[in-house]
Design a protein around this ligand. Structure first.
Ligand SMILES: *Cc1c(COP(=O)(O)O)cnc(C)c1O
Length: 229
């Protein structure tokens, strides 16, 4: 039987191989283990193997795990669709939010971030594939939103995130990641102190690393196929 720890090590090896191949340091690419739909016991097993950062897409499920595993002092990232009526729950419990795509959500997260906690780290989710059904701010609207979010007092804008349309072709996978990196470089040149490009999942993390990902969000390759969502 392949253990979770072995699958974690295999993903870390993929990250290190891709980093080496594209002239980057493996330590420049962080792994976010996407634990949505998987039990707290699996998260604890990976934590014991050294994994510190976990991603959740559903507010109540995430808060439940954060509460149960509080003494492990893990880092929790919210990566799902965020509704305005859930912003307080998220800003009180999570360390990061990757899915900010409109100012109203960012304002609410900032206003409800407890003063006992450091500013909430956030990424703007950008719609790099231009599909009508995908969430995320458009490439054209992203600069204005980035500057507005960066000015909010209780948020720390760390960079950009994207979920491109899936493709089996490596060059097709790279193209939307390149667009996100170019937008990030443009915004850095305008003075935004970004340190995060959140891009790449189980099936395309090599293409994302080739284009400069600093954080890959990996679920299936660690935990296996999800039954739901
Ligand atoms: C579920 C999810 C992932 C992980 O996807 P896998 O293909 O299982 O690696 C990454 N990012 C987001 C935003 C997700 O919702």
């Amino acid at each position: 039987m392949i253990t979770l720890t072995a699958r974690l090590q295999a993903v870390l090896a993929r990250i290190a191989d891709a980093a080496r191949q594209y002239g980057r340091a493996a330590s420049d690419v962080r792994l976010l283990a996407v634990s949505k739909t998987w039990p707290t016991t699996s998260v604890a097993e990976l934590a014991a193997a050294g994994q510190r950062s976990f991603g959740e897409s559903y507010v109540q499920e995430g808060i439940d795990k954060i509460g149960r595993l509080r003494e492990l002092a893990l880092e929790w990232h919210f990566i799902g669709a965020l509704q305005a009526n859930k912003t307080r729950l998220v800003s009180e419990s999570f360390d990061w939010v990757h899915s900010v795509d409109r100012l109203r959500i960012a304002q609410r997260l900032s206003a409800s971030r407890p003063s006992s906690l450091p500013p909430l780290s956030v990424c703007l989710q950008v719609n790099v594939s231009g599909e009508a059904t995908k969430r995320g701010v458009s490439l054209a609207a992203a600069p204005d939103l980035a500057h507005a979010v960066a000015a909010l007092p209780r948020l720390r804008l760390r960079g950009l995130m994207a979920i491109p349309a899936p493709s089996d072709d490596f060059l097709d996978q790279r193209r939307p990641f390149r667009r996100l990196r170019e937008l990030s470089e443009h915004l850095q040149a305008e003075g935004l102190p970004f340190d995060t490009l959140s891009m790449g999942m189980s099936h395309d993390l090599e293409a994302a690393i080739a284009e400069g990902a600093t954080l890959v969000r990996v679920g299936t390759a660690i935990f296996g196929e999800r039954i739901t969502a």
